[in-house]
Design a protein around this ligand. Structure first.
Ligand SMILES: [Fe+2]
Length: 518
């Protein structure tokens, strides 16, 4: 970390350090924290905030604001479909406006108009920042076609050039919209221009209606405006800037003076968020500060894009696991929930033993899948009440090696590479009396020893076809009786700590071992 008076050279080295740190971080929450700490230090600011754009709710969310105590800041963008298309920098083609979560009903009621179908194309400047949007309403033939989209996109390109050069208004724009409306065959055409001074989308031409112009006042605040326009904003005195929303300061009692706000854009140019620094310690932020933050934002955007992709993949992976676990559960309603309960116990035990988050993740996956091989055991054996014959027991035992056979066919990333072995070893016993391999002591993966205890404990304390559930003390007594011979005593001790059940002073004989840890 450096202070604000650092030389260019120090700043450059700090930027490289930031690059190194953010590229190494795949966890979105930790990444956000790193970014804010580093930006605050790099610029000599009082605090900094990372806003990420939520595509579902159309909000900019800051879960982390360095210098602000755990408060989540949310900037609702509520800009209707026009604003949404602009923010995404892509065409919006909606056939039933009232069904769209982004549609702004207010406008229809102001204008006394009923919007049905709607086509919006963003107006983008040559450098990619947003100039405004072109909106077409109510196609005569019901809904706008792919051809209409192409035409609108081309028209938006020409309109953008005119708006960018500042020589369009109004004749060129008017002719363009009338021509487009006639070709496409629709009710209205409106061109909005984003006024960066006020944060409004102002209609510079409305064609086909009653000629009334409307402006969408978006009250975006500085962060919102940065995201929508896709352009950085530097402010020396926030309270003197009409774009600044004082209400947050008024609520929190904090006084914002200088600000730097830089958009984060994905590789495809779409806004993914905003990074903001507030109150430089020594005077307002300089143009150099802005250039520095823009350089950092480029690096950060890539890292965030990656982290989001990564968390998407993790979510996909874990939802697939849930489906697999549910499919084992579906075989037998009586044992439904067994896999997830075992996972819960196993992770709690692992936590007591000091395992890292990554390790607990591996343990959870192995636990959720440990009985997957039961998919190949016949229902008559799986659901049998009473004792199993030797033949039936052999079939039941087969589920452990079947688990391994099936799981080795899944491509696990390196982190989860041991899942098949750990999962398949949950019936191994320290003294070699277990199955499928009859491994002993250290031959058994330690995580499998955790699964064993979690599995037996879960099996004992839940109802089964052949007996009622047992209470915690009795279940622990059975585990204790096998401590050191079948079950690992460290693991049992960790289970006790998690359950907050101390070791008994007088050891009583365990109840009859009427359980089948399947
Ligand atoms: Fe099992």
């Amino acid at each position: 970390m450096i202070d604000a008076s650092a030389s260019d050279d120090q700043r450059f080295r700090h930027c490289l350090e930031i690059q190194r740190r953010v590229s190494a971080e795949h966890n979105l929450d930790r990444l956000a924290q790193v970014v804010m700490d580093e930006v605050t230090a790099l610029l000599g600011a009082d605090r900094s905030t990372l806003f990420l754009f939520d595509r579902d709710t159309m909000e900019l969310r800051a879960n982390f604001a360095a210098g602000v105590e755990g408060r989540a800041l949310v900037v609702p963008l509520r800009m209707g479909i026009v604003g949404t298309a602009i923010l995404r920098r892509e065409i919006a083609n909606v056939s039933n406006a009232y069904a769209s979560p982004y549609f702004n009903l207010e406008l229809d009621s102001i204008l006394g108009y009923r919007t049905e179908s709607l086509l919006v194309a963003p107006l983008l400047a040559s450098d990619g920042h947003v100039l405004g949007g072109l909106e077409l309403l109510n196609k005569n033939a019901g809904r706008f076609t792919a051809e209409d989209e192409v035409l609108a996109k081309q028209a938006a390109g020409r309109l953008a050039k005119w708006v960018e050069n500042g020589d369009a208004y109004p004749a060129g724009v008017e002719a363009e919209v009338i021509a487009l409306r006639n070709t496409v065959g629709c009710d209205r055409g409106t061109v909005f221009v984003l006024e960066e001074g006020s944060g409004r989308l102002a209609a510079i031409h409305a064609d086909g209606g009653d000629g009334r112009s409307i402006s969408l006042n978006m009250k975006l605040g500085i962060a919102g405006l940065t995201a929508v326009a896709g352009r950085s904003i530097r402010i020396e005195e926030a309270w003197e800037d009409s774009r600044f929303d004082r209400s947050v300061d008024q609520r929190t009692g904090y006084r914002t003076r200088s600000m730097l706000c830089v958009p984060l854009k994905s590789a495809s140019g779409e806004s993914i968020g905003v990074v903001q620094a507030i109150n430089k310690h020594a005077g307002p932020f300089s143009a150099d500060d802005l250039a520095t933050l823009e350089a950092v934002a480029g690096i950060v955007a890539i890292a965030i894009d990656n982290a989001m992709l990564f968390s998407d993949q993790e979510r996909q992976f874990h939802s697939m696991l849930d489906v697999l676990a549910a499919s084992i559960d579906a075989k037998d309603g009586m044992t439904a929930g067994h896999s997830t309960n075992v996972a819960q116990h196993a992770v709690a035990i692992g936590g007591e033993l000091g395992f890292s988050i990554e390790e607990l993740d591996l343990l959870r996956v192995a636990a959720v899948l440990h009985d997957y091989g039961k998919i190949g055991v016949s229902d008559s054996v799986l659901k049998k009440e009473g004792l199993l014959s030797d033949e039936e027991f052999a079939e039941m035992k087969g589920h452990a090696s079947l688990t391994e056979d099936i799981l080795t066919r899944i491509h696990f990333t390196r982190k989860y590479r041991n899942v098949p072995l750990i999962a398949a070893s949950h019936h191994e016993r320290l003294d070699g009396s277990g199955y499928p391999r009859g491994l002993t002591g250290r031959e058994i993966p330690f995580m499998a020893k955790i699964l064993t205890v979690a599995d037996v404990f879960e099996a004992l304390t839940a109802d089964r076809h052949y007996r009622k559930k047992m209470n915690t003390e009795d279940a622990l007594a059975i585990l204790d009786a096998g401590a050191g011979t079948r079950f690992d005593s460290h693991v049992i001790a960790a289970l006790r700590r998690y359950l907050a059940v101390p070791e008994p002073l007088v050891v009583k004989p365990p109840p009859a071992e009427n359980y089948r840890s399947g």
